[in-house]
Design a protein around this ligand. Structure first.
Ligand code: UDP
Ligand code: MG
Length: 316
């Protein structure tokens, strides 16, 4: 099979028939063998009924339904697990992403050798309250992830080599960082294609402004776990040791200073009257705590099922 199209959706009943016939048209015009996997993320409207009708008419249309709303990431993850096509395309169900982009995305993966191609909504039809924070967000994401050629990490329209979606796991709200997850898994031929974008035709957006706060927090989590997830001591141990040593030196200076002054008959103050004593004490305590956090982290990492979760790409 050439293409699997994964469509996560939550209350998009009005858009679905239009999206389905548009996809059908593009697939038939290009003679692709394909499947469409609609992942119904606990919709409370008629979405599931519509999907059943679509699938009865065209056996290439499949559906999976969650019992309740879990979020876009779990929906994508479910679709990825089922995708059989050589190239996997994800797109939103709200008609903001155009199926006409699929043939070129397919070509970039199969002919140009990309592992992942992300859409770039250069001209967006979204309110300013969304586009401006998005610009800032993408600039930060480029810096942190080191993927400098992407302008639009969170674009719903993306194409993947099948292998990529089988080797990344998307959970929580991590769908915003799929290119980074792919990069962390060793797929680093990541490209971008400018895509057409339309204003939402039916229904309303499912994400509020909290997306930006959560987006930044998730970026921090991914960065940290990507770098130190398997070896927490390298982070906490280093920081803890530095603080402890600094505190120890400070205590030594304060203590010996007093002894020196006593010995030479100079006026001196009690150690506990010096502010440096308290600073040093705090440094040593926090240093020990960080060190302990490192140890506990190592114990957790050691018992994790995934401690040896590396993958062999090829073997002869
Ligand atoms: N979506 C989903 N589960 C959710 C929220 C959204 O499957 O909990 C789907 C939604 O139906 C749409 C896609 O994710 O197909 C993108 O959502 P939306 O268009 O609301 O996001 P925006 O375009 O505003 O970023
Ligand atoms: Mg949308």
């Amino acid at each position: 099979m050439d293409i699997s199209i994964v469509v996560p959706l939550y209350n998009e009943a009005e858009s679905l028939p239009e999206l389905a016939s548009w996809i059908e048209r593009v697939m038939n015009e290009n003679n692709f063998s394909y499947e469409v996997i609609f992942v119904n993320d606990g919709s409370t409207d008629d979405s599931w009924k519509v999907i059943k009708q679509l699938s009865a008419k065209n056996p290439a249309f499949h559906g999976v339904a969650f019992r309740r709303n879990y979020g876009k990431s779990p929906a994508l993850n479910t679709g990825f697990a089922r995708a059989k096509g050589d190239v996997v395309i994800t797109m939103d169900a709200d008609l903001q992403d155009s199926p006409d982009e699929i043939p070129e995305l397919y070509r970039m993966i199969t002919a140009e050798g990309y592992d992942l191609v992300s859409g770039y909504k250069q001209k967006r039809y979204d309110p300013l309250s969304k586009t401006i924070p998005t610009k800032l967000f993408n600039a930060t994401a480029r810096k942190v992830t080191g993927i400098n050629n992407l302008h639009d990490f969170n674009c719903g329209l993306k194409a993947y080599r099948n292998k990529v979606v089988k080797h990344i796991e998307i959970y929580g709200d991590m769908h915003r960082y799929i290119p980074y997850l792919a990069k962390l898994a060793g797929f680093n031929r990541i490209g971008e294609k400018v895509v057409h974008h339309q204003a939402r035709k039916y229904g309303k957006t499912k994400f509020g402004l909290d997306r930006f706060v959560n987006g930044y927090l998730d970026l921090g989590t991914l960065w940290f776990t990507g770098k130190f997830g398997g070896k927490p001591m390298h982070f906490f141990g280093l920081l803890g040791s530095l603080m402890f040593i600094l505190g120890f030196i400070a205590v030594a200076v304060v203590g010996f200073g007093k002894l020196w002054d006593m010995y030479h008959g100079n006026p001196y103050i009690l150690v506990t009257e010096s502010p440096y004593f308290y600073l040093a004490l705090t440094l040593m305590i926090i240093g020990c705590q960080l060190f302990l956090a490192g140890f506990v982290g190592e114990l957790v990492a050691r018992n994790s099922q995934r401690r040896n979760d590396y993958e062999i790409d090829e073997e002869l």
